[in-house]
Design a protein. Structure first.
Length: 255
């Protein structure tokens, strides 16, 4: 409850003070890990490293931190690189990584390999983006990086990052490249992106035909579905127009 001064009196006002406005991101291409998820991850990390609040645990803090460190080796088609990471942070975001770092998979590792893991078919630049995201940094995405990051997040079950990449890709769909986007949706097995492409195809079939140079490569089933949907819309519009004329009103607007 806000306080206000009236004369020499200090009285309570039932009107709450306005909350400070949050700064908006300047670019729609910047995505951030949800604050609630980041907070939970950091709390989990703190709990693992600071399990017992006594002097002995405090004195061993550095050793505990070292025990939480893991070297992640990424082997991609365009290069390889090693990253020093915190086990708890990786495990808090991904159940598959948690199994590798703390579950039965780790128990089967040799002692010499227990402090490192290798991720095959992962580009170092993509894993670096993943680490930035997990540590709460904003990501400036392009289509290629968003596609690679979506695949990585989908494989390692990092749901929030996968959904953020899907949002970014859906926003980029345009009629003049719709066939390419539809093929990409199938390659990624991204249902949301595929649904967005089919929705645009049905709504802007004529524009896609006129502007997309890959239109002839459009799968037949997608073309048939779009034509049938467009025919249904035209039938509904004509029926509304006839009903409007019969009632003596103005013609129905097309939707």
């Amino acid at each position: 409850m806000a306080r206000r001064v009236r004369g020499d009196e200090d009285v309570e006002s039932p009107v709450e003070a306005p909350a400070p406005k949050r700064r908006r991101l300047a670019s729609s291409n910047v995505i951030l890990r949800p604050p609630s998820e980041l907070r939970e991850s950091l709390e989990l990390l703190y709990a693992r490293l600071q399990g017992e609040p006594d002097e002995a645990a405090a004195a061993a803090a550095d050793a505990s931190l070292q025990s939480e460190m893991v070297v992640v080796r990424t082997l991609g088609a365009r290069g390889q690189r090693s990253f020093r990471c915190l086990r708890s942070l990786l495990a808090s975001a991904s159940r598959p990584l948690a199994a590798m770092l703390y579950g039965s998979d780790r128990l089967r590792m040799r002692e010499s390999d227990a402090c490192s893991i290798t991720l095959h078919a992962v580009e170092p630049s993509t894993f670096e983006l993943l680490l930035h995201y997990l540590h709460g940094k904003g990501l400036q995405l392009e289509v290629n990086s968003a596609v690679a990051l979506y695949s990585l997040a989908d494989y390692y079950d990092i749901t929030s990052l996968r959904e953020a990449c899907s949002d970014f890709l859906e926003a980029g769909v345009r009629p003049n490249a719709l066939v390419w986007w539809l093929a990409l949706a199938r390659e990624l097995q991204c249902q949301r992106l595929g649904a967005r492409c089919r929705e645009m195809l049905q709504a802007e079939l004529v524009a896609v035909d006129a502007t997309d140079p890959r239109f002839r490569a459009l799968p037949e089933e997608d073309l048939v579905a779009a034509i049938q949907s467009s025919a249904v819309v035209c039938t509904v519009v004509r029926a509304r127009a006839r009903a409007s004329r019969a009632a003596g009103g103005p013609p129905a607007r097309r939707t």
